[in-house]
Design a protein around this ligand. Structure first.
Ligand SMILES: NC(=O)c1ccc[n+]([C@@H]2O[C@H](COP(=O)([O-])OP(=O)(O)OC[C@H]3O[C@@H](n4cnc5c(N)ncnc54)[C@H](OP(=O)(O)O)[C@@H]3O)[C@@H](O)[C@H]2O)c1
Length: 278
């Protein structure tokens, strides 16, 4: 994922988040670009990261933004906003002390019905959801829609909405690509992962109903993840070649000792399924 973030030197950036995965990559890129960054969070995640970078402590769950008082930034990048209350309270605390408010939204805002691969940013979104902070049952995307609307209503031309598809790379806490990289490297499943790891594999098709739900990166239809990147490319967004991302994930996963993953087959389940269908 490491990309040059295109910002002028010494731009002052406040990151709401910035120490786990997506935000961490943004923070790294911003520092590489010469920006001055400030991190806002509870002080729980990645506390060892970015020595010397100022950290403000607060909590979006309880609405504690007191640490932002008196600050001024060219850009605020909101990576940790999931529900309208998060963005409303952050925007109330920041007000006009930010030149631009960048909200990290998601591909999940798009309506699935009728969406074809290759759709652009004007594809229809789902209806906004308000009055709940419950993420279950597909609420995530609709809550992000409401957040987008509120950020645009408050900041207008000074708002930027970013809708990532599946983000992959080192420090991914969702075990997406990591699962395939690890199994490919061990001689289990995807060809490119195995190539990067220098191992040989044999692909074995197993019935879909043997797989646990939310299998990493596998959905029957996933058009929201196959959108056109043309506008982003035209604006200068580069792409990391997949083998590079795989190699980065492989070395990160090995370095951290390959801890158990939350999704996909466990090694024991995989052995059982392969014994039956392999
Ligand atoms: N991963 C994907 O494939 C994907 C796809 C589309 C969109 N996204 C979007 O990317 C963002 C997720 O990125 P990430 O988690 O990797 O970001 P991150 O900014 O690297 O990590 C989350 C940050 O939020 C802080 N945080 C968590 N709870 C908080 C709270 N209650 N109050 C204040 N700060 C809090 C954490 O620090 P503390 O724990 O110290 O508070 C941490 O710094 C989300 O907006 C998600 O919707 C991700």
């Amino acid at each position: 994922m490491p990309h040059p973030l295109i910002v002028s030197a010494a731009v002052r950036i406040l990151l709401l988040g910035g120490t786990a995965f997506v935000g961490r990559a943004i923070a790294e890129a911003a520092l590489r670009s010469g920006a001055e960054i400030t991190l806002f969070g509870r002080g729980r995640t990645g506390t060892e990261l970015f020595p010397g970078v100022p950290r403000l402590t607060g909590d979006r769950d309880t609405g504690d933004y007191a640490a932002l008082r008196g600050g001024e930034w060219d850009v605020v990048i909101d990576v940790s906003g999931y529900v309208p209350r998060h963005v409303a309270q952050a925007m109330a605390a920041i007000g006009d002390n930010a030149g631009r408010y960048v909200f990290i939204s998601s591909q999940a805002v798009y309506r699935h019905e009728g969406l074809k691969a290759g759709a652009a940013e004007d594809a229809p979104r789902q209806a906004p959801l308000r009055g709940t902070e419950e993420m279950a049952g597909g609420n995530y995307g609709r809550l992000k829609v409401a957040c987008e609307d509120d950020v645009l209503a408050r900041y207008g031309d000074r708002a930027t909405i970013v809708r990532p598809g599946k983000v992959a790379g080192p420090h991914d806490w969702q075990d997406g690509l990591t699962y395939w990289v690890r199994y490919g490297a061990h001689g289990g499943l995807i060809a490119m992962c195995a190539d990067v790891a220098g191992t040989q594999i044999e692909l074995v098709r197993v019935p879909e109903n043997t797989a646990p739900p939310y299998f990493p990166l596998i959905r029957p239809v996933w058009a929201t993840q196959q959108r056109s990147a043309a506008k982003a490319r035209a604006a200068g967004m580069p792409a990391t070649p997949l083998p590079v991302t795989i190699a980065d994930v492989l070395s990160w996963d090995r370095e951290r000792g390959e801890p158990p993953l939350d999704r996909g087959f466990t090694p024991q389940q995989q052995a059982r399924v392969l014994a039956r269908f392999g």
